[in-house]
Design a protein around this ligand. Sequence first.
Ligand SMILES: C[S@@+](CC[C@H](N)C(=O)[O-])C[C@H]1O[C@@H](n2cnc3c(N)ncnc32)[C@H](O)[C@@H]1O
Length: 234
Amino acid sequence: MGRRKPIQLAWGVRREGRSLWTRNAVKGVSVRDERRKKDSRIEWRYWDPQKSKVAACLLKTKLNPSEIIPKSGSTCLYLGASSGTTVSHIHDHVCGSGNHHNGQIVSVEISPRMMRDLSKLSESRPGLIPVLGDARDPMVISPYLRNKVDWFHQDISVADQTKSFLRISDFFLKDGGIGMLSLKAASERWVEGGDDSRFELAKKLIESNSEVTLIDNVDISHYEGQHRVFIIRK
Ligand SMILES: C[S@@+](CC[C@H](N)C(=O)[O-])C[C@H]1O[C@@H](n2cnc3c(N)ncnc32)[C@H](O)[C@@H]1O
């Protein structure tokens, strides 16, 4: 595969220089026209950090990225799934082809327009469960989860999202589980000051919650302007 030797970060996630690839669960099919390539009988799909904050975060975190990628077969929650670009890469690794890992990714999205694409995607990806509704409401989510989650990501660009993230973590995250909050400074306009003070407030809120530990605070503005990803462990 190219000139650089790939580093296997997890069963279905590879790093090759500055690029990430996931092991395509639906061979021969791209989700958003991304590149695909074969390495013997395995097909890999390019995971674009410009289009996925999780990918950007894996490239920028000071942690070992393998520690913050959910395990294959785990239970995951994805809040603000949009049409499923990032969800599809998480699915490649957590569920695999035909969901032979028996993973679950409950993916919540509020926009009916995006939900149409997400539902279509889920038809070829068993284990991906699309849910139309407000990701801030635990009652929307709980009927679909088989147990508490090992990993979740929130990317919903609304005001007060740090509080909502902590509430979801209280309700649904397993002890030892990982949560990722993608935060855009502009969506926290109600906080006075510049981007830094908005991020500082989010950091303080997380640090004041005794149930979780902030393990990294990742600046991904190189890929996605004004964005940070806060990573917690419960
Ligand atoms: C930046 S996009 C997410 C992109 C996606 N995470 C990805 O990487 O492929 C934010 C999404 O959150 C959705 N959203 C906003 N508020 C929401 C809410 N309260 N509940 C669920 N989804 C919401 C929007 O409709 C939008 O599709």
